[in-house]
Unconditional design. Structure first.
Length: 403
């Protein structure tokens, strides 16, 4: 009977590969067209691979926890002559992705890393799971670099090694001693989500980042929240306040790219959601034009998808800023790092009762105060502009009727 290949689809504009996390069928199973039969995990989400047509599973050619590129054959379906004519049994060439030059060392890593071919797909090269490359440590011999390439190590991963060679050069003996220590420690392969977070933070840290902070009286927000049926959390009030503040000051809603300041056409703001082994940041589009009621409904929907790791790459892309409510963990202060493609990150700490002097009453009265921070790309916005933006956010939070 004719066979139709099941192909690893293009899962997003920047996605080149994915890891098999669940296989829902076995050879001989009858399947329908567009039926989800394999779950794959990228560095951003878990997504389903569907069948190209109806028929019967002939074989599955991939293994759980292995990584395969876009275009790899995952299995075959026994199909009708008509469907076989539409889906010829060909294996597309794996895409030759353009190496992002803005990521230090990525071109060098891509040139050195040689993937291992296995059957009809291409698996990730063996070794330690390090997804990004940064040029930190120097004075490494070609032999050391060759060994690093073999294990997919980067210079950033070796930054803690004290070189014993001339001029503090890291020798092959230094490297092997380092690897021996790792072998004697408890370790496990990083998940795609964890590796994706690590990659994003490395790229973010190549920019000049700064953080400012102040305090905000949360009592008006808490009182307003009690009067609403939807009961939005303080993080959503902060998101709405940031969106309105950016809409009033569009100059702050910009990204510095090359020698240009690129203005954002829409106030799209992400909200950090903790998931298993990482963080996802679904983006709420046009947050300045979305009411608190609608924000609450959208937020609940996105959190549920994020915790199922069903947030697609498109749903996490394109934001200008993110809100992180680290106060949910009881933390008062933090300096969260903006994502590589975003300019700002607003952080909100836990609310605490503190004494506040009331000049009219000539006495201290209790109020619920939280620390609020704004981390920003200093290329796009200066301290004064960031301070004015944060001040406006605080003003809106302390007068929530304007939200």
């Amino acid at each position: 009977m004719p066979q139709v290949p099941i192909i690893m689809p293009q899962l997003g504009e920047s996605i080149a590969e994915a890891t098999i996390v669940d296989i829902k069928v076995k050879p001989g199973d009858e399947i329908a067209a567009d039926q989800e039969i394999i779950d794959v995990e990228t560095n951003k989400a878990v997504m389903g691979v569907t069948t190209p047509c109806k028929g019967k599973i002939d074989k599955i050619t991939v293994e759980l926890k292995e990584t395969y590129p876009v275009g790899a054959v995952l299995g075959y379906v026994e199909a009708s002559e008509e469907d076989a004519a539409r889906f010829k049994k060909t294996v597309p060439e794996p895409p030759k992705g353009v190496v992002a030059k803005e990521i230090p060392g990525r071109e060098e890593q891509a040139a050195m890393a040689v993937p291992q071919r296995d059957g009809e797909g291409v698996r990730r090269a063996g070794g330690l799971p390090v997804p990004a490359s940064t040029k930190g440590a120097t004075f490494m011999s070609p032999r050391v670099r060759a060994r690093m390439a073999e294990l997919q190590l980067t210079t950033a991963d070796l930054a803690g090694i004290m070189g014993t060679g001339a001029g503090n050069r890291v020798t092959i003996k230094d490297l092997e001693n380092f690897l021996h220590k790792i072998d004697n420690q408890t370790a496990q392969e990083a998940s795609a989500i964890r590796a994706g977070v690590a990659d994003a933070m490395r790229r973010s840290w190549t920019r000049p980042l700064s953080t400012i902070g102040s305090s905000v009286n949360l009592d008006p927000v808490l009182q307003d929240r009690q009067s609403r049926d939807s009961k939005p959390g303080p993080g959503l009030y902060a998101l709405r306040a940031l969106a309105l503040a950016l809409a009033e000051n569009p100059g702050a809603a910009a990204k510095f790219i090359g020698n240009r300041v690129v203005q954002s056409s829409s106030i799209d703001i992400g909200i950090a959601v903790e998931v298993q082994d990482g963080i996802m940041v679904p983006v709420i589009r046009s947050a300045d034009k979305t009411s608190l009621v609608d924000l609450t409904a959208k937020y609940k929907e996105l959190v549920e998808l994020a915790r199922q790791r069903r947030i697609s790459p498109d749903m996490q892309a394109g934001g200008i800023a993110t809100v992180s409510n680290f106060g949910t963990f009881g933390m008062e202060w933090g300096t969260p790092i903006p994502l590589p493609d975003q300019t700002l990150l607003l952080g909100l700490g836990v609310g605490k009762k503190v004494p506040s002097w009331d000049e009219s009453k000539k006495e201290f009265i209790p109020k619920t105060e939280a620390q609020i921070t704004l981390s920003f790309d200093h290329r796009s916005i200066d301290g004064g502009g960031a301070a004015r933006l944060l001040k406006r956010v605080i003003e809106l939070l302390e007068d929530p009727k304007k939200l």
